[in-house]
Design a protein around this ligand. Sequence first.
Ligand SMILES: Nc1nc2c(c(=O)[nH]1)N[C@H]1C(S)=C(S)[C@@H](COP(=O)(O)OP(=O)(O)OC[C@H]3O[C@@H](n4cnc5c(=O)[nH]c(N)nc54)[C@H](O)[C@@H]3O)O[C@H]1N2
Ligand SMILES: Nc1nc2c(c(=O)[nH]1)N[C@H]1C(S)=C(S)[C@@H](COP(=O)(O)OP(=O)(O)OC[C@H]3O[C@@H](n4cnc5c(=O)[nH]c(N)nc54)[C@H](O)[C@@H]3O)O[C@H]1N2
Ligand code: SF4
Ligand SMILES: [Mo]
Length: 672
Amino acid sequence: MTEWKKTICPYDCPTSCGLLVKTDGTRILEVKGDPDHPASHGLICRKMHGYADSIHSPSRILTPMRRVGEKGEGRFVPVSWDEAISEITGRWKEILSRDGGDAILPFYYSGVMSVIQRKCGDAFFNRMGACSLVKTLCSSAKGAGYEAVMGRTGCLDPRELKHSDFLLVWGSNMKATRIQSMPVLDSARKAGKRVVLIESCAEDMAPYCDGTILIRPGTDGALALAMMHVLVREGLAAEDYLREWSCGWPGFKETLPAYTPVWAEGITGIPADVTEALAMEYGRASRPAIILGSGPSRYGNGGMTVRLITILSALTGAWGRPGGGLCGCNPGIGPCADDTIVTRPDFRTRQGRKVNINQLAQALNGSHGQDPIQSLYVYGSNPVGSVSSQAETVKGLMRQDLFTVVHERFMTDTARYADILLPATFSVEQPDCYLAYGYCTFGTAYKVLEPAGQCRSNWNTFRLLAGAMGYEEAYFKKTEEGMVEELLAHPGPGLAKATDREWDILEKGGVISTPFADHMDFKTETGKILIVNPGQPEPMPRYTSAHGGEYPLRLIAVPSGYTLNSIFLEREDLTGKRGPMKLMLHPLDAAGRNIGDGDKVIAYNDLAQVEFTASLTPWVARGAAAVAGVYGMSLSGSGLLVNALHHQRLSDIGEATTLNDNTVEVRPAFHH
Ligand SMILES: Nc1nc2c(c(=O)[nH]1)N[C@H]1C(S)=C(S)[C@@H](COP(=O)(O)OP(=O)(O)OC[C@H]3O[C@@H](n4cnc5c(=O)[nH]c(N)nc54)[C@H](O)[C@@H]3O)O[C@H]1N2
Ligand SMILES: Nc1nc2c(c(=O)[nH]1)N[C@H]1C(S)=C(S)[C@@H](COP(=O)(O)OP(=O)(O)OC[C@H]3O[C@@H](n4cnc5c(=O)[nH]c(N)nc54)[C@H](O)[C@@H]3O)O[C@H]1N2
Ligand code: SF4
Ligand SMILES: [Mo]
């Protein structure tokens, strides 16, 4: 007998789509979109249509294993959970008594984006007093920049974009990362509204927009300033609104005359008349919306860039008019559940060492007088593929005295360096709560299948580890199902208005829509938009430049439609279509370097030399080189991936990744 059950996509993607899975109780037979989901309405990406192939993949890790080969070689033998747990906790007890908690680094990021399974390790490592990981691998500069202007004010939910009269897609590959919002672009254009794209790599999105403006990477702040210059000059800024609803407008206005479109052209590479026209079109719209991606924020000036774009979104008074303002940061009125029930900050009795996730390589090798980490526990992350300075990370992982544990579903490029490898579950094998980060929705999903083989969820693994460490707190004896109940019993503001029918949905397993924010209820200290923010390192916004570097091309990372970071690398149907490791270049930049489409090339800088296949496209900005997504090392000719070319530098605010902010030179690779 088969039945359809509801579940939720667990991946790091803004929608957290609703899924329906057909099961016979032992396997998932089919996956489709859940038409009842209030944001995805049954639409899911092709990647998740094949979810069953991932869950039942023959390459899944099904038992705990101990390394027998050299680190990185990938040779392991099965061991029992008992052996694995006692070896791990035995080593940890030794390290704790010799070097203390600062020598143990827990490492997770986005493998599963739920409340319980994602974050439950925090409680365990808080109890241990291990290092805390500053988790800013993705978009914390964007969050910090937005918050510097808007505080906790909720931005637009994409469902509100149907009211907008002009859409400015700014550094977002919506076709890959926000497919549920693509129909909004389509219907806007059919209704005669304009959709304009500002991108450094417009390969995927240009066909869906009326106009595409290519910008030199890391310079969007200059464009925003020049647009504001034009708006003020042409009387299109809502000055009365700004005087009433913002702080610092008069002083900021005084800085704008210097930021002419001609000044910006020298920085952005965008012809001054194009900037003029864009500003006029934006300024004449009544309800313009900026759909902001995270790409422009992953730079040394990323926080400031986002501040400037956010101020631009308010300059014409669009906030408060239906569909006007900014989409792509935090929507909604606040959290739906109290995370601290899961993360238990109260278990930590000493602050201990903080490690920024982007600086794993430094933590493993020791730097700035800090001792190298003695043990690394990785779960829900593949840092060899996703974190900066790959060669240095690998050097650290090769250390004979480093004790590495990896809890994974597949033999990732990180798992190969494990001393002990633990088998992880898929989302359908565990219960959880999911708060979407791109939409105002919240949901619960219950277990559909028992875990395959000897796989264990993060929760159940930490329970075992806590038992063997002798941690007696009642928390470590709870079940995953009990935790879902507990979270629902402590609702946050996002659930305050949930109806009985909606509570019923959450109790049975399903997703509800939570209230959209009141976009005129500014949740800042002053209750107003903070154009000037005295709490910032730079109170007055201005143009600041990215870190940059000495090589002529700016290397950016762009999302791939076939994969999602390391997720789906197990799927040959997807990776086969994606093909070899490609480096996208503008034909004019390629011609000057004697590079043809499909040629093998080497991209290099002071950190590494990495081989790619050149892919020439006029949709990359001049002076930029772009690589889509994370690849597996099996595709690498040079034994390195693109992140080997990424420095560990952080953003101006938000301590975020600057993975787009690196420079390279590219030359043909001659094979003899
Ligand atoms: N299919 C698929 N879906 C995904 C992901 C994926 O990899 N593949 N990634 C997931 C994750 S982890 C996240 S965080 C989300 C959001 O994922 P993000 O990585 O934030 O992706 P987007 O916001 O869609 O796209 C970023 C865009 O910024 C552009 N860009 C880079 N630098 C600049 C610049 O300086 N200026 C301008 N104007 N543009 C620039 C890039 O070309 C890219 O198109 O999507 C998630 N969903
Ligand atoms: N070159 C390059 N680097 C990038 C990016 C890029 O576009 N290009 N994108 C950046 C961004 S935006 C992000 S968010 C990061 C993401 O970086 P990471 O957070 O490292 O994410 P992934 O690389 O997808 O690795 C997630 C791993 O978690 C595992 N996993 C999934 N579910 C579970 C589970 O329930 N338990 C356990 N234990 N494991 C699980 C998966 O099998 C997968 O191998 O990468 C960043 N780095
Ligand atoms: S990966 Fe993203 S688009 Fe695809 S089903 Fe999951 S949430 Fe939806
Ligand atoms: Mo991300």
